[in-house]
Design a protein around this ligand. Sequence first.
Ligand code: UDP
Ligand code: MG
Length: 330
Amino acid sequence: MKKRVTILTPVYNEEEVIELFHRAVTDVMTPLADRYDWDILFINDGSTDSSLEIMRRLQQRDPCVGFVNLSRNFGKEIAMLAGMEYAGGDAVVTIDADLQEPPEVIPKMIARWEEGFDDVYGSRLRKYPSAFRRFTSTAYHRLLAGISRDMDLTENSGDFRLLDRKCVDALIRIRETQRYTKGLYALIGFRKCPVEYDIKPRAAGKTKWNTGKLIKLAVDGITSHSVMPLRLASMLGIITSITAFIYLIYVLMKALIKGDPVAGYPTLMCVILFLGGFILLALGIIGEYLGRVFIETKRRPPYFVSEACGNFRDRRAEASDNDKKLRTEI
Ligand code: UDP
Ligand code: MG
């Protein structure tokens, strides 16, 4: 039996590019059709434009296309989780709809997969929209890799990658709702291998990320993979206390030995402001973690599906199959 490769694409307001994307992927995958079954699985992440209608049309015309329509916009990370749960392939290629990541790289990824690698990740040769983004992104990744030592973050890579079924099943088992998938790829391990590619400008449409969303993702990345900020807060607390203590002795000595009167107001003000700011910062950091705990303990389903069409993995059927198997075994 032929192995199946699922191309998984989250879509949020991409009406200008979906058809281009579909054509580009079809051109790349058709020559491989004698060796692999393949399909495209679009996850409509609450698009407000005509993306869903376009997907529906493509699905009716092309048996290789399937789509899952989420009940609203859940964000790319959750859309990818939904996609992985529905993807039926022995390998799943996650790729954006905007053709910034060239589908021509997919056959190279499949070749490496056949060599035995489980997580073949696209490694960007030229990547950033601006020098500022390059600086912030590199600094952030260094920081994250530094503070969470169990993670071996692969540099210059994003969500464009081929994952073996083993990796997909592992990612599905991680149920956190505030996901930083780039960290999760590192967390699950498995045999990794880079494939280089040149990132392109968007085929059409606009980027869905703004500074606010990027900051949220960055905070999620740190708080979901490390407790270093908490530790840092307590370290800073200790350092401040020790410094304050030394200063206290110095002031006391000066007053006792030299009989110097101490100017009270300015010193007091500095100390109060410094400590007040520091305490607020520490509280904020604790709050970030507490907020995550609060959200995760509610165990809400990460997403809701309003419709699914095409050749996807039917988890409800699988669950009831398992159920039957269990019952016959008992
Ligand atoms: N996307 C999504 N949900 C969102 C935002 C983005 O599914 O809330 C999808 C989007 O349609 C695209 C991919 O995620 O296929 C990457 O988005 P984009 O190209 O805007 O990000 P960039 O490449 O600029 O980082
Ligand atoms: Mg893009």
